[in-house]
Every structure is written in C-alpha cells, then in structure tokens.
Ligand binder design. Structure first.
Ligand code: ATP
Ligand code: MG
Length: 563
C-alpha cells in the first residue's frame, strides 16, 4: 500500500472503528473477497478487492480470498486461475487463506439437515412455476406450500434421497420455513437447495444438489469467522435472510453483512453476463482484450495496479449507486504513468524528411533525458542522420495562424536535436500527396537556441530512418459510444464504438524500443503512453498498445456534442 491507496474514511470504516472500540468481535477484523469463478474480474471487482484487502491491512486484520463456487454452471478452473492471478497482480496477498466454498459442501449439507431437524426447513415438491405463483407479490402475501407441513422424518428422508440422486432436476427443493406473509419477499420460504445434475469443476459428479447463494454465503462467512461481510447494495433485502440463517445455525462469532454501492463506469459495461457476451460473440478478442474493463484487459492495455488502486481510493465507497466517469480512471492512469514512464520518440504516421546539408552516411548520437523532471531515470542515446521521419501532421502546406510546427518558409526544433528549416516538398504526381520534405539544418543549434537570437517556437519529435524500428501500434478508444450503454438493456451491443481500435503498421520508433519487455510503459513524446503488447512471438514486428493519450480527447469533443 502507498499513500495513494488509503482512502478517506467512509461509513464502512466507521462501523469497523466502532466495533473495534466496543470490542464487538474481540478486536478482530476479518473480511473476504468472494468472487464466483464464472468470469474474469473487472474494475468493479477491483473496487471490492481494494476495499476488503485495504480494510484488513488498515486495521491489522485478515482478508480471505474465497472462490464462491456453489453453482456449477459457468464455473471453471480457467476463471479460478485468472482470479487468483488478478488479485495478486492488483497487489494483494491472502497468505494461506485461499478458500473454496465447494470445500464446505458437506458442512453446508449438515447445516441444512440441522434446520430440518429443528423444523425450520422442508422439502417442497411444487415445480418452479408453482413456487413463483405461491410467492405472492410486493403488495400481496404469499401462500403456504401444501408440502410445508411434511414431518421432520419425511423431510430428512427426502433430502437424503435428493442428495443420493433419486430424483430428477426440479422434482423437489429444500426450503427454509420462515414466513410466507413477510413483507420482504426474500423471507417467504426461500429455496436453500435444488437438484442440479451439472458436473462441478472441482467436485465433479459427487453432488447433484447445490446450495443457493443466500444459504451458502452467510454460512461460508461463518465457517471462516468473517467479522464484516461486505457486499454490494443489491443484497440489502437479503440481509434479514443472512441474519436468519446465521441466527439459526451459528452460536458464536456471527458475521455482519454491510452493503455498499457497486461501481458503474461510463462508456463500458460491468455485468459479467454482458462481458461474456462480448467475448463469446467475438466483439472483442477475449477477456484480456485491451478494450475490456477486466483486470486482464487493463493489464494488457498497460494500466498499472498502482493506478487502479489510486482510482479505487479516489471513488471511495458510498450507499448510492452512481456512474463514475471513465475519464477519472484514465486520469489516474495518466498521473501514475507520468511519473514512471520513460520518454521516447516514435512516429505514428510518418513523413520523410531529408536534411540536404547533412553529410550522407554521418550519424550523431544525442543524449536524451529519459524523464524531464527525474534525472535519476537517466539518459539514452538517440541516433540522428540525414533522413528522418516526422509526424505527417507536424507539417502543414497551408498552416493555420499561429501554427508552431513545420511549414513552408518556417523553422522548427527537432526534440533534443537541431533546428531545421523547410526548403521544398515532394508530391506524388498521381495523388498529390506529400511524400517527402527537403530541409536544411542549422549546425549551430545543437546545444541550444540559434546564436543569432532568432526565435524558434515549435518542437516536434522525429526518428532517424536508418535506425528506426518498425512496429505495429494499436490505438484504443472507448469500447462504447454512449455513457451508459446498458441503460437500454440487452441491445447494448448497438452502442459499441466502431472506432475503438485503430491499427497502424510500420510505425518507425527509436531503436531503444527494440527489445523492451511487454507491459513496461513508455511515453511516446507528444502522443501518449504506450507499452509493448504481451501477445505474439518475439520475431514478429513488436506491437505497441496505446495505454492512454496524453490528454482527455473526449472532454473537448463532448463539448461539441459528441463524436
Ligand atoms: P455480476 O453481477 O456482474 O455477475 P457478481 O457481483 O455476481 O457480478 P461476484 O463474482 O459474485 O460477481 O462478485 C464478487 C464480489 O465482487 C462480490 O462481493 C460483489 O459484490 C463484488 N462486485 C461485483 N461487481 C462489483 C461492482 N461493479 N462494484 C463493486 N463490487 C462489485
Ligand atoms: Mg454474485
């Protein structure tokens, strides 16, 4: 943890501090992060990770990583591995406290038997539709199931046979016997076990009945002696049920559920169901597509754990759902990279420049600072020769007023090198496109401004043609074109941004980028932050992802009514 990771106080921390003062849990603080391994983690999960692990660290407590794998459909080892990897990468450590809810299956079964024996649970043989019909509505009470009065012996027998696989899926369920007239629909005899013949990625075919979330979660918390079970707001109505199960079955060290608002981020979607759709229907290249809001996607894009943690600290935790501007996440990424990323030069859309008065075959090396504010980051040598590349839009044949780059009759400084003056341009006869510029350089400007006092305002980046490394550059933009793509429901796909990926090939970059490791961030001067992509063979032309531009280009555009 660094200074940026510790958020200001919030209502959850207040509760914990109160509990510590009153010695409620014997001074213990035990939290957990309980993802279901049915998808990759995303930035919303990162908020929960930072909250749970952050609180444990701050109050000298513990945080468990628990794979909440009690519903076999959609769960897999691939997801488990990605989750473990991602939480580690975010910077958190659970020591020897990695748990699987599926390890509690026997224990949970025994808890259910205990409820039956206490007359607090029964096997119900209504079908799913009937159960729904009997449940009532928000304004009308429910109706009691005709099976509610089964004897304890019959319930024990049927439940054992459910486990033994004697019945088809859906033939029976086990329900808690609470109150069909409760104003809270959640309390109207909720289902706690159902028959589901789906092999589990860990327990295979051992179980054909699986516990429901509401039952499994609070009891898993109890078994792990969690003190504060922090979850998102949609479980607020389920809290009485959480407390009911714990009250019936747990004598001491009862955990307490606390809800906070889930994170929503603009211009993206965070529901797993929607993310799975993007992956399965190939709208993106995979869970780690750099445009995805997943931890894997952000990592491949070049976001750092520090930036993500700083973002999570900045947004804080609250009780009201809201939509956080993705620009805030991007600005946290910029702030972090501005400090850590060495500066380099690369050209995205090259225009050839021939320095007519520079000797053919001559090469000079310029010593360039890797970071303008941080001399400790050192320097590197950048070769200069007669033929260079500059950015196409750093030259204008008919410049607008106050244009500070290269234009007919004008001079410009090449970053860390000489001042050059425009002489002539070469055009393609067919297309009229400018294919090269002829310039001259002023040898007196190697280490400073022209000695005769003429003013040269503009500074542009460049790469020596003979020394350039050609790379592929992928420019990423927001995945969706509208701030809240899921607002209109399942047709969110139509809001995908068709320009979310632009690929540029054969971009000349300076030779120091030849063998850099994947993921290390660089600032391409004047262009943004980039890192080498982690995919692809080393022999291929290297691929660089744009992590983030230097400025928020959407802020300006939004002012003009959107893109
Ligand atoms: P989804 O609803 O998209 O399927 P989930 O909440 O079911 O996601 P889980 O794997 O159950 O996903 O989540 C693990 C933990 O992460 C839970 O405690 C959950 O509350 C939290 N979490 C999930 N999404 C968010 C979010 N957007 N913001 C904050 N916390 C979240
Ligand atoms: Mg969930």
């Amino acid at each position: 943890m660094t200074k940026n990771d510790v958020p200001a106080g919030d209502f959850i921390r207040e509760i914990i501090e109160d509990d510590l003062r009153t010695d409620k849990h014997g001074g213990r603080v035990a939290t957990r992060f309980p993802p279901e391994p049915n998808g990759y983690l995303h930035i919303g999960h990162a908020k929960s990770v930072c909250l749970n692990f952050g609180i444990a660290a701050q109050y000298g407590g513990t945080c468990n990583l628990r794979l909440d794998d009690t519903d076999p459909s959609g769960e897999s080892l691939e997801y488990v591995e990605s989750i473990i990897n991602d939480v580690h990468w975010l910077g958190f450590d659970w020591g020897n406290r990695l748990f699987y809810a599926s390890d509690y299956f026997e224990h949970l079964y025994q808890f259910a038997v205990e409820l039956i024996k206490a007359g607090k649970a029964y096997v119900c043989s209504l079908n799913a539709e009937e159960i729904r019909g009997y449940r009532g509505t928000l304004t009308e009470p429910g109706k009691e199931s005709p099976y509610r009065t089964r004897s304890i012996e019959e319930n024990l027998d049927l439940f054992a046979r459910m486990r033994a696989g004697e019945f088809e899926d859906g033939a029976h369920v086990l329900r808690a016997k609470i109150d069909m007239a409760s104003p809270n629909v959640v309390m109207r005899d909720p289902i706690i076990y159902r028959i589901k013949r789906v092999p589990h990625y860990r327990t295979a075919a051992e179980w054909v009945i699986y516990p429901m979330y509401d039952f499994a979660h609070c009891l898993s918390d109890s078994l792990e002696k969690i003190t504060h079970s922090i979850c998102t707001l949609e479980f607020e109505n389920n809290r009485p049920l959480y407390d009911w199960f714990v009250g019936e079955l747990i004598a001491r060290d009862r955990p307490r559920q606390i809800e906070f608002a889930r994170l929503n981020v603009s211009y993206t979607v965070l529901s797993k169901r929607r993310l799975i759709q993007l992956v399965e229907q190939s709208y993106v290249t995979g869970w780690d597509d750099p445009r995805m809001p997943t931890v894997a996607g952000m990592r491949r894009r070049g976001y750092t754990p520090e930036a993500i943690r700083a973002f999570c600290a900045k947004i804080g935790v609250a009780k009201n759902d809201n939509l956080v501007d993705i620009a805030l996440l991007e600005s946290c990424v910029r702030d972090d990279l501005n400090e850590r990323a060495p500066r380099v030069m690369g050209v995205l859309r090259p225009l050839k420049v021939i320095i007519d008065n520079y000797p053919e075959g001559q090469v000079e090396e310029f010593e360039c600072a890797n970071h303008p504010q941080n001399p400790a980051m050192g320097t590197r040598k950048v070769p200069f020769s007669r033929v260079l590349y500059i950015e196409q839009d750093d030259f204008a044949e008919n410049p607008p007023r106050k244009y500070k780059r290269l234009a007919p009759g004008k001079e410009v400084r090449l970053r860390s090198a000489y001042v050059i003056r425009y002489q002539d341009m070469v055009k393609d006869e067919q297309t009229g496109e400018i294919t090269a510029l002829h310039c001259t350089y002023d040898p007196e400007t190697r280490n400073g401004p022209p000695p005769d006092g003429r003013k040269v305002d503009g500074v542009i980046h460049w790469v020596s043609a003979d020394h350039a490394v050609p790379v592929e550059v992928r420019l990423y933009d927001r995945l969706f074109q509208v701030p809240d793509p899921a607002a209109s429901g399942d047709d969110f796909i139509r809001h995908l941004n068709p320009h979310s990926l632009e690929t540029l090939v054969s971009c000349p970059v300076e030779p120091s980028l030849q063998d850099v490791p994947p993921g290390s961030p660089y600032q391409f001067e004047r262009l943004g932050y980039f890192c080498r992509d982690s995919e692809g063979a080393p022999s291929d032309p290297p691929v660089f992802n744009r992590i983030v531009s230097l400025r928020d280009s959407w802020a300006k555009i939004a002012g003009k009514g959107g893109k």
